[in-house]
Design a protein around this ligand. Structure first.
Ligand code: HEC
Length: 99
């Protein structure tokens, strides 16, 4: 019984430590790899946006909508245009951050 209590206590401490270090990592902001990936996606989206989004109507300016609205708009437009998921993700990254 005692060893079960000890095990639960050890597991709790380990889990708390993991949660705290994950929290600390979030507070430190994106890693250099994440920043690089963001920039790649951004430039890809910047190049694809006038191609896909000018097709049926004028390409709408990124500043016209808030990031959470672009989430919903892209969800709708990617089905209308049948966008490949990776292109939709790049355009979304561009629209949400170019303002
Ligand atoms: C196949 C045609 C088509 C393509 C391609 C297309 N759209 Fe649209 N879009 C529409 C239509 C039709 C509407 C209006 C009716 C509706 O909501 O379905 C619209 C509406 C919109 C609106 C208006 C929302 C509002 O409330 O004013 C936005 C913003 C938009 N599209 C963004 C985009 C973006 C970003 C892309 C590129 C990923 C895109 N569209 C590509 C057909 C298209």
């Amino acid at each position: 019984m005692k060893s079960l209590v000890a095990r639960v206590a050890i597991i709790s401490v380990v889990m708390l430590g993991a949660a705290m270090s994950a929290h600390a990592a979030n507070l430190m902001g994106p890693t250099p790899e994440q920043q690089k990936r963001h920039l790649e996606l951004f430039h890809e989206g910047q190049a694809l946006w006038p191609i896909y989004c000018n097709h049926c109507h004028n390409a709408r300016n990124p500043a016209e909508f808030a990031p959470y609205q672009w989430d919903q708009i892209i969800m709708h437009m990617r089905t209308v245009e049948n966008l490949p998921p990776e292109d939709a993700a790049a355009i979304l990254e561009y629209l949400k951050t170019a303002r």
